[in-house]
Design a protein around this ligand. Structure first.
Ligand SMILES: C[S@@+](CC[C@H](N)C(=O)[O-])C[C@H]1O[C@@H](n2cnc3c(N)ncnc32)[C@H](O)[C@@H]1O
Length: 344
């Protein structure tokens, strides 16, 4: 294993130094084996057709964002997600109420932050843009707005690459998958269409409005999206629910993951071991090359997770079967890292 951090001890307070200089004890039992998932949070697979059916004739407002590395990516606006929640009957669910009241970015076992795009998602996009990674089955573990997967899709459509690709998108919340993950994938694909075609697919006599920052998800547009996925040999798979042994079984029952992406998922000291063990488990089930990119803030102040803690824990549970490299991103006050993991 090789890794290096660019920060000095001056960047850390006394508490963090204590944490980083005292190696964690070897785990007694795997966190995955002690985790108990409540029935209502068990992982479930959803098809593209199921999710699309909840979006039919919804007008999506989006914006484009430029990553620190200068890459353009499209994303549904958060106010527009709130608008859809309010206009649906289920707007009165606990999750809907939390989002509308802006109570918190996270609420353990209810909402884990998937509606927002977190800073490190942009770093993951930049890393993907900086080179080609061989991949045929991607898992975005804790995808939320799924900007890295959107970028992979965007690049596939613009490059004309028709090698088969499966992308599994997972989020704790089903509503995140249907209200931001899938809309973002559709918007990024739609951005590759000639404007006349997009106009024809999204307007009609009854609905003539065609704005630069909106797209109406008509039946024709959804059909065209599905045909484009088929033409480019892309399969989208969606899993909602909590991580754990059941989740790992469900993902690998249908595919061998050769590239895993996980952005901003190691913020909690309770769940960080589950993330590390799941990466080991999922990649170990793949024959041949398998890689993972973990994008994270160096330290999650106030919550407790950190890159150091993750690297130490991963090192212990991976039994030297993986190579790990840490690249620090130092372009602002907010120190972030990309942990690149590869099965030996
Ligand atoms: C802070 S959000 C980051 C979202 C996105 N990757 C980004 O960087 O913008 C954390 C993500 O991890 C997922 N997550 C966190 N804890 C989870 C758990 N115990 N089980 C399943 N998913 C979880 C959430 O659903 C969410 O997608």
């Amino acid at each position: 294993m090789s890794f290096s951090f660019g920060f000095t001890n001056d960047d850390l307070s006394g508490d963090e130094l204590d944490q980083s200089s005292t190696p964690s004890q070897p785990p007694q039992a795997r966190a995955l084996d002690t985790l108990v998932t409540p029935k209502e949070n068990l992982p479930q697979r959803h098809t593209l057709a199921q999710l699309c059916s909840t979006l039919l004739n919804v007008r999506i407002t989006f914006d484009n964002y430029t990553t620190p590395g200068g890459n353009l990516i499209y994303r549904r606006e958060l106010f527009d997600v709130k608008h859809q929640i309010m206009s649906e009957d289920e707007g009165s669910t606990q999750l809907g109420e939390m989002l509308l009241d802006e109570q918190s970015d996270l609420q353990r076992n209810v909402y884990e932050g998937g509606f927002k795009s977190w800073e490190c998602a942009y770093d993951a996009v930049d890393k993907l843009a900086s080179g080609q990674v061989e991949m045929s089955s991607v898992l975005e573990y804790g995808c939320g707005t799924a900007l890295p997967s959107c970028f992979i899709l965007l690049r596939k459509f613009t490059s004309g690459d028709k090698n088969s690709l499966r992308i599994t998108l997972s989020d704790f919340n089903y509503d995140v998958l249907r209200l931001v993950t899938l809309p973002n994938l559709i918007i990024n694909w739609a951005s590759t269409l000639p404007v006349e075609k997009l106009h024809a697919l999204t307007t009609s006599e009854e609905n003539p409005v065609f704005n630069n920052d909106e797209v109406l998800l008509t039946q024709q547009l959804i059909q065209e999206f599905t045909s484009a996925l088929n033409e480019f040999n892309i399969e989208l798979d969606f899993i909602s629910g909590a991580w754990g042994n059941q989740f790992n079984e469900l993902v690998t029952s249908q595919t061998s993951v050769d590239f895993m992406i996980s952005s901003e998922t190691i913020y909690s000291p309770d769940i960080l071991p589950v993330v590390a063990e799941s990466i080991v488990e999922i990649l170990s089930r793949t024959n041949g090359t398998a890689k993972c990119m973990v994008a994270a803030k160096n330290i999650y102040f106030g919550v407790g997770g950190s890159v150091i803690e993750f690297v130490n824990y991963f090192d212990k549970v991976s039994e030297s079967k993986f190579i790990m490299e840490v690249e620090e991103i130092n372009d602002s006050q907010l120190k972030r890292s990309l942990v690149m993991i590869e099965k030996k």
